[in-house]
Design a protein around this ligand. Sequence first.
Ligand code: NAD
Length: 356
Amino acid sequence: MKKYNIAVLPGDGIGPEVMNEAKKVLGIVAKHAGVQFEMEEGLVGGAACDRYGIPLPAAVLEMAAAADAVLLGAVGGPKWESLDYSLRPERALLGLRSGLGLYANLRPVVVFEELIDASPLKPEVIRGIDLLIVRELLGDIYFGQPRGVRVENGQRIGINTMVYAEADIRRIMKSAFELARGRQKKLLSVDKANVLEATELWRDVATETGRDYPDVELQHMYVDNCAMQLIRNPGQFDVIVTSNMFGDILSDEASMLTGSLGMQPSASQGEKTALYEPSHGSAPDIAGKGIANPLAAILSMAMMLRHSFGMSEEANAVENAVRLVLKEGFRTVDIRQEGAAIVGARAMGDLVAEKV
Ligand code: NAD
């Protein structure tokens, strides 16, 4: 029997609650597909701070690096907000990203017909939206040197530096072209090449990489225009690839097309082990109440099946199960609608598991 090792890092707040439901559905997938998922759990975030005094113990990072894939819940919460910045639960995310070399963040934006009214945008603008944002995760102004605030001529000067080496651009471009190849073969590279030289290089390397993918149509767009087009006509996009900071902003903007944080999965890929997590945080305001929406965690698990284990059929089955449950009118509180049956996290997990 084929066996996969999964590092499971539930984290804090609603992290463990939504992770339980993802594991439940994964158990059903294992039965149907005749594979074995060996799951090893580790403490990260606030849970690790409480036990070990640090948000990402070395042993947990080692376990994650040795696994075939990592499933993460969410980290953080008011309990740990007074800790020094270097010890805050959220540092675990940065530690995992850099420790696992996760340079590509994938955020699918899919508008489910059943939830079309949950979006602040008009139904005719967002109907049928199915796009993928690929954000570079390890470079750009977040990491560039020099950085900091210093005093010059009696006043404070703040400096951050946008830096990209061509090798870093090329590897994210390759990921994006490969992903576009498996979809509608349309790739949009987003930059600000009219004013930023670093992104002029970004555009050049995108074009150069595109020569190896003649079957994929490559287009370029300035980030300000893209921000506008995402609201005006998001249906024009298939795969969007962009730098760390632009991706940070555009992916949050795009997430509002779907209207609910509880529905949005994500994946982060590198050379080896990939990490899958819902886009939402630990939601301390509803933690422990059993009412969290587990669908983002379940859909993240489906991404793991597709991207890390090549189990596309099973991933489709999970996504279709989610669609069916929504079609039958079941909702968690965050996506409640008139006339719908409101269920908690556990019941939602049971319903999806039943339909897989
Ligand atoms: P959040 O995503 O946790 O919550 C924002 C709002 O959305 C809250 O009202 C919450 O109840 C709701 N919500 C989020 N996920 C939901 C779900 N699955 N079902 C139902 N409702 C849901 O963001 P926040 O409140 O800004 O942050 C809370 C904590 O999470 C902070 O400590 C923050 O640093 C951390 N955080 C962690 C991650 C991560 O682990 N990747 C991401 C973002 C924020």
